[in-house]
Design a protein around this ligand. Structure first.
Ligand code: ZN
Length: 458
């Protein structure tokens, strides 16, 4: 099913930003005061922001979330000492006051001018500008401000938080047309109607990497385009961006019954499947899908999810060859190949990891096919964990780690090496704790996005 709430509910986004603002600002300030030689009054400003900002936006966060934020604040270490003679400090403080008072455009103007000042550039002012732009829903501009801060500051303190804010801004920014949004969202009602027509004859659409057969010429073309886009993502994830040198046959059968009749080995509940076989030295690469859903309408799941998911499984299977690929990795990669983040899965994972019903990391890594106790949670946690790894190590290092696993490195060892972690018998426990924190934060954020109580203040 398509999930469309991300980046498409402006008021809710703004509310969520407000709800998260106090800890975000504090962590950022903490980071810059530790990084720069001056900034003492910044610690005062930060302390003031933690109490006054909550008061100035009493309706911005649900009670439970405010409590969580306060809890978060108390965990922050003391801010570092500063010298009082920083020439532009008063103006920076003024920008912060403007931000707290809800004068976002003014706060942004002043902070950006301070940050980019030709004589005394003040990189930390980018954080005020970034926050102001978040409130203004100017997500691409906010992302730029966070990037400017990160480029000018090498402190590790608070950096992870700023990077997460940057990711959220990038996710909230309108995706470029034809790029990362769900393909079905680009279809009009008329498109969907036309794509659901079952034509008398099969048509074949051929491109560089695919030969698509369907009973609808327009659908064959669309599946071909989506498969090409998905292949680019998959190559980035697994092949380190290398070109895929093969061609895959895609059969789009009319409906589930037709699909189950023709797709060899397809499971009853599945919406798509892949096969990789060798026949007299010839490798056959094939994906089977269905055109219509149970209501005889165009299957959006086929376009949005099954096509990239099965394609990724196929590429992973061929890449690993005879080497075993951990199930969590194979499924997580297939989910990551889908064109849009799946917040439902992230919410499920974060909620479970905050409570008692979770699958511990050590167990998640060794789950085998056919032995999944809690399938939904297994998928959700696998997805969340791989997203965490990608965020922490970057796509290139993740691809190198996957290659190590393929070459026989035990998973824990490959993870340890890729994360540059020292030898430690508790490595997996520490990794679990760090991932949990990330996943719980992410779920809290998604919850705030969806909460009707998070209305923008002012
Ligand atoms: Zn799968």
């Amino acid at each position: 099913m398509p999930r469309t709430e991300t980046a498409r509910a402006p008021a809710v986004w703004l509310g969520a930003m407000l709800a998260l603002a106090p800890p975000a600002l504090l962590v950022c300030w903490q980071g810059v005061t530790a990084d720069e030689s001056h900034g003492g009054p910044a610690s005062q400003a930060a302390s003031q922001s933690s109490s006054s900002q909550g008061a100035s936006h009493p309706s911005s966060a649900p009670a439970s979330q405010s409590a969580e934020n306060r809890g978060h604040l108390t965990q922050l270490p003391q801010l570092s000492k500063v010298s009082p003679d920083f020439p532009d400090f008063e103006r920076l403080h003024q920008a912060l006051r403007l931000l707290q008072a809800g004068h976002y455009a003014e706060a942004d103007r002043l902070a950006a001018a301070l940050a980019a000042d030709a004589n005394h550039p003040m990189p930390r002012a980018w954080l005020v500008a970034a926050q102001a732009r978040q409130y203004l829903r100017q997500f691409p501009a906010a992302a730029e401000a966070y990037k400017s801060f990160l480029a000018a500051s090498d402190t590790p303190v608070g950096r992870e938080y700023v990077q997460r804010q940057l990711s959220l801004c990038e996710a909230a920014a309108e995706p470029p047309a034809g790029d990362s949004s769900l393909p079905s969202l680009r279809l009009t009602a008329q498109d969907r109607k036309e794509l659901a027509v079952v034509e008398a004859n099969e048509v074949v659409q051929t491109s560089e990497h695919f030969i698509v057969t369907a009973r609808n010429a327009k659908l064959a073309k669309l599946i071909d385009q989506e498969a090409e886009s998905a292949l680019k993502r998959v190559c980035g994830l697994i092949l380190g961006g290398q070109e895929y040198p093969h061609r895959v046959r895609i059969h789009v059968w009319v409906d589930r019954k037709d699909y189950l009749t023709h797709a060899s080995g397809a499971l009853n509940w599945s919406g798509g499947s892949f096969t990789l076989t060798r026949d007299a030295g010839v490798v056959n690469r094939r994906i089977d899908l269905a055109q219509l859903d149970g209501k005889k309408a165009l299957s959006l799941a086929t376009i949005d999810r099954a096509t990239p998911h099965e394609l990724c499984h196929l590429v992973v299977a061929e890449f690993f060859g005879d080497a075993p690929c951990p199930l969590f990795l194979s499924e997580a990669l297939a989910m990551l190949a889908e064109p849009q983040l799946d917040n439902d899965r992230l919410l499920l994972a974060g909620t479970a990891l905050a409570g008692k019903g979770k699958i511990p990391l050590a167990d998640l890594l060794i789950v085998e096919a056919g032995r999944i106790d809690k399938p939904d949670l297994f998928y959700a946690e696998s997805y969340s964990f791989l997203l965490y790894l990608r965020q922490r190590m970057g796509e290139k290092a993740l691809a190198a780690m996957i290659e190590n696993v393929k070459n026989g490195s035990p998973l824990a060892e490959a993870l340890q090496r890729a994360l540059h972690s020292p030898e430690d018998p508790d490595f997996l426990k520490l990794l679990q704790a760090a991932w949990e924190k990330y996943a719980i934060d992410q779920a809290q954020y998604i919850r705030a996005l969806r909460s009707p109580a998070t209305k923008p203040a002012g």
